[in-house]
Design a protein around this ligand. Structure first.
Ligand code: ADP
Ligand code: MG
Length: 405
C-alpha cells in the first residue's frame, strides 16, 4: 500500500520562515463555469485554509491550477480569470490574476506581488508541457519561489509538470516540496482507515461499473470485515452467481473476475438480497421490489431493496471504520434514490456515534451533499479518481514526489 505519512507537510515548515518567502502552490481550482462566472466554488473554498495560512504568515503566494481540458493551447473558455475574481471575494489577501501560464513569462508580474498577496497564473493546461510533465516548464514554475506546496489532491494521481515535475524541480533547487493542509487531510483520513482501521471495518462499494473498481474491491477485500456491494456492480456478481438479471446493466467482460472475487471473498462480500426494478430508467417509471432471484426478463435492477437496506444498515451501524465509494442505485432519479439515501443516513448515524466514516467518489459525494448529511461524515474526499487509486493501494505520483522526512 502506498502510504505517505512520511511526507512533509506545510505544518513541518518553521512558521517564521514564511515571512517574505515565495511559495508556489498547486491547488485544484478546477470549478464549473457558467457564462464566465464560477458556478460552484466548493473547490476554491476547500483551498482557502492553505492559502489563508500562507498569506497570513507573510508569504508571497504564486498559485497554479488547471481548469477543464483545454488540450495544451490557450482557450479563453477555460481561463482562470473568473476563479481569480471569486477567490478575491472569498479571501482577505489581495489576489492578482496574471494572464500567463509559463513561469518565465509570469515572473516580472509575480515579482510585484506584495508579502501576504496571491498571484494566480493562467490555466496550467494552456501549455502542452503540463500533461507531458515537461521538465523545462516545471523549472520555470520552481524558480518563482523557495517552497512548493501541493494541495491538489484531485490531480495527485497524475504525473504532470505542475504536480510531479514542479516538486522534483523545487527539490533539485535545494528547497522542499510539501503537502498542503487539504492534501494532508485527505491522505490522513484515507490512509489511516486503510492502515490501522478500528474494527469492524466495513467497505461499501457501488456505482456504475465493476471494471473501474476491480482494483479497489481486490485491494479492500483482504483488509475489511465486510464488503457491501450495491449499484450496477452488484448485477455482474448476480450474473456470476447464475441469477437472472433481465435487462440490467451487466459487464459481460468482468464475469470471470467477479466469479474469482466471490470465491476469494467468501462471507466477507455481502451482495443485495432484494432489488428495486423497473422496465425503464426514468423519473416516472413504475418501480417494483423483488427478491434477487425473482428478476424478470424485462426488468432493470436500479436500486437495492428494503431488506438489503436494513441488512447493510445493521452492518454499518456496528462498524467502527467505514469506507464508501459509489451510489447504491440510480440515485439521480427519485424512484431509485432510496437505497443510496438510506446508506447515506446509516453512515452518518455511525459517524454520529463515533465511527470513522470516509466517503470518496464524485457521485456518492454529490448524493451525500444532496441528502444534507455530508457534514456529519468524518471526511468527504474532494478527489474522486485520486481517492479510488489510493483505496486500490496505488502510490499517487503527486504525493510520492514530495519531500520525505
Ligand atoms: P462515484 O462517482 O461515486 O465513484 P460511479 O461514477 O462509479 O460513482 O457511479 C455512479 C453512477 O452509477 C450514477 O450515475 C448512478 O446512476 C449509476 N448507477 C448506480 N446503480 C446503478 C444501477 N443499478 N444501474 C445503472 N446505473 C447505476
Ligand atoms: Mg462518478
Amino acid at each position: 500500500m502506498g502510504f505517505s505519512l512520511n511526507k512533509k507537510t506545510i505544518s513541518d515548515v518553521e512558521l517564521s520562515w514564511f515571512e517574505g518567502s515565495g511559495v508556489v502552490v498547486r491547488a485544484d481550482l478546477n470549478v464549473p463555469l457558467d457564462d464566465g462566472v464560477v458556478a460552484d466554488d466548493q473547490r476554491i473554498r476547500a483551498s482557502l485554509p492553505t492559502l489563508r495560512f500562507l498569506t497570513s504568515s507573510g508569504a508571497r503566494v504564486v498559485l497554479l491550477s488547471h481548469l477543464g481540458r483545454p488540450k495544451g493551447e490557450v482557450d479563453p473558455e477555460f481561463s482562470l480569470a473568473p476563479v481569480a475574481a471569486r477567490l478575491d471575494e472569498l479571501i482577505e489577501a489581495p489576489v492578482r490574476f496574471i494572464p500567463h501560464s509559463d513561469g518565465a513569462e509570469a515572473a516580472s508580474q509575480v515579482a510585484e506581488v506584495p508579502q501576504g498577496g496571491i498571484a494566480l497564473l493562467e490555466n496550467t493546461r494552456f501549455l502542452a508541457g503540463e500533461t507531458k510533465n515537461d521538465p523545462a516548464l516545471a523549472q520555470s514554475w520552481a524558480e518563482l519561489g523557495e517552497l512548493f506546496v501541493n494541495d491538489a489532491f484531485g490531480t495527485a494521481h497524475r504525473a504532470h509538470a505542475s504536480t510531479v515535475g514542479l516538486a522534483e524541480a523545487m527539490r533539485a533547487r535545494g528547497h522542499d516540496a510539501v503537502a498542503g493542509l487539504l492534501m494532508a487531510r485527505e491522505l490522513r483520513y484515507l490512509e489511516s482507515v486503510l492502515r490501522a482501521p478500528e474494527r469492524p471495518f466495513v467497505a461499501i462499494i457501488g456505482g456504475a461499473k465493476i471494471s473501474s473498481k476491480i482494483g479497489v474491491v481486490s485491494a479492500l477485500l483482504p483488509r475489511v470485515d465486510r464488503l457491501l456491494i450495491g449499484g450496477a456492480m452488484a448485477n455482474t456478481f448476480f450474473r456470476a452467481l447464475g441469477l437472472e438479471t433481465g435487462a440490467s446493466l451487466v459487464e459481460e467482460d468482468s464475469l470471470d473476475v467477479a466469479a474469482r472475487l466471490l470465491e476469494e471473498a467468501g462471507e466477507r462480500m455481502v451482495l443485495p438480497i432484494d432489488c428495486v426494478v423497473a422496465s425503464e430508467v426514468s423519473e416516472h417509471a413504475s418501480a417494483r421490489v423483488v427478491a434477487r432471484d425473482a428478476v424478470q426478463g424485462e426488468d432493470k435492477i436500479l436500486d437495492i431493496g428494503p431488506k438489503t437496506r436494513e441488512r447493510f444498515g445493521d452492518m454499518i451501524g456496528r462498524a467502527r471504520s467505514i469506507v464508501w465509494n459509489g451510489p447504491m442505485g440510480v440515485f439521480e432519479m427519485e424512484p431509485f434514490a432510496g437505497g443510496t439515501l438510506s446508506i447515506v443516513e446509516a453512515v452518518a448515524l455511525a459517524c454520529d456515534g463515533g465511527a470513522l466514516g470516509v466517503l470518496g467518489g464524485g457521485d456518492s459525494a454529490a448524493a451525500a451533499e444532496r441528502a444534507g448529511v455530508a457534514h456529519r461524515l468524518t471526511h468527504v474526499s474532494t478527489g474522486g479518481g485520486a481517492s479510488l487509486e489510493l483505496l486500490a493501494g496505488a502510490v499517487l505520483p503527486g504525493v510520492d514526489a514530495l519531500s520525505d522526512f
